[in-house]
Ligand binder design. Structure first.
Ligand SMILES: [Zn+2]
Length: 319
């Protein structure tokens, strides 16, 4: 989807335009912009995504914190017909690294709605960090696997384990590029990487490991437990645990997105005349906002972000 700004088409997480805006470095937002030579983004996003593009901007454009992952930004702009705000993926609640997304009034709002259904109501991240810490501390003689995305959630969990449990987790090499960029930007993350001597030392005793979601299964934990002659448990860390069955022992609803109530609160603060929903199912939100007299539309321009997580989830909803 493009936004016309002073005669130029600015791409919103897509490359078919005069100049793309990349809201953050998650792969599902990156696909269209990889070949672009100039991009509007934060410098952290360019580093996380390993892009060689030059950072660019245009008069009338402001980037605001989106509270999602390191470097995530919203784009606010004076447009040809007024003002517009595009959220990208955003979290309103304060997290361990971020104070949450900053809203700014705009006439046109283009907003993600990954969790655009009233059944999604997340506790504050702080509460979930405490729940995770409680679970970790109550299994201190076991091997624990926390299933989480390599970018964003993994760093949030490393920091949670460092600060709430004083634990140095074992991580896989796949998250190391991202871990290093977080550290380069001032976020210290104590961890050891599988395959190193430090990790081997840690893995002689009980340990906590952050693994890709597909490994956070009871079956994998059981195999690992047999190999190390210890009890082993797994947990899946995602907003989707509120709706779908998963194959881990535990589920924690830690999400770096806004939930349904947050989306409505955010829309209220932006006070738009018109809202376009992208990245999720906005049908329910559109009905709620239409009743308040706000014009709404749905755009299928961005792919669903949930697919990698869904691989390990059963298709039927929890009863
Ligand atoms: Zn994202």
């Amino acid at each position: 989807m493009n936004l016309p700004i002073r005669g130029k088409a600015i791409g919103l997480d897509c490359g078919n335009c005069d100049l793309p805006f990349l809201s953050h470095a998650h792969g599902d937002h990156l696909n269209g912009v990889k070949k672009s030579t100039h991009i509007i983004a934060s410098k952290e996003t360019i580093e996380l995504a390993s892009l060689s593009a030059s950072l660019s901007t245009r008069p009338g454009i402001q980037l605001l914190d989106a509270g999602h992952i390191l470097g995530s930004r919203q784009l606010w702009a004076e447009t040809d017909g007024g003002s517009a705000l595009y959220t990208g993926d955003f979290r309103l609640k304060e997290g361990i690294f971020s104070k949450g997304a900053e809203p700014k009034e705009a006439e046109k709002l283009i907003i993600e709605c990954t969790y655009g259904d009233p059944s999604f109501s997340f506790p504050s991240p702080e509460e979930t960090y405490s729940e995770i810490a409680k679970w970790v501390n109550s299994h201190n003689d076991s091997i624990l696997l926390l299933g989480a995305y390599n970018l964003g959630k993994t760093q949030e969990l490393i920091k949670t384990l460092n600060e709430y449990c004083k634990i140095t987790p074992v991580v896989t090499p796949h998250s190391e590029h991202f871990n290093r960029v977080y550290e380069k930007n001032g976020i210290k993350l104590d961890r050891v990487v599988v395959g190193t001597e430090e990790a081997e030392e840690v893995m002689r005793g009980p340990f906590v490991s952050i693994v890709p979601p597909k490994l956070a299964r009871k079956t994998f934990a059981s195999k690992l437990g047999s190999a190390f002659s210890r009890k082993a448990y797994s947990a899946f860390v995602s907003g989707w645990v509120l709706r779908y069955r998963h194959s881990a022992h535990e589920g924690f609803p830690l999400s770096d997105h806004a939930d349904f109530a947050d989306i409505l609160e955010y829309v209220e603060q932006v006070n738009p005349k018109e809202v376009t929903f992208v990245h999720g199912d906005g049908a329910h939100l559109a009905r709620v906002l239409s009743k308040k007299g706000i014009r709404t539309s749905l755009s299928g321009a961005l792919p669903a972000q949930t697919l990698p997580e869904m691989e390990i989830l059963a298709p039927e909803a929890k009863s």
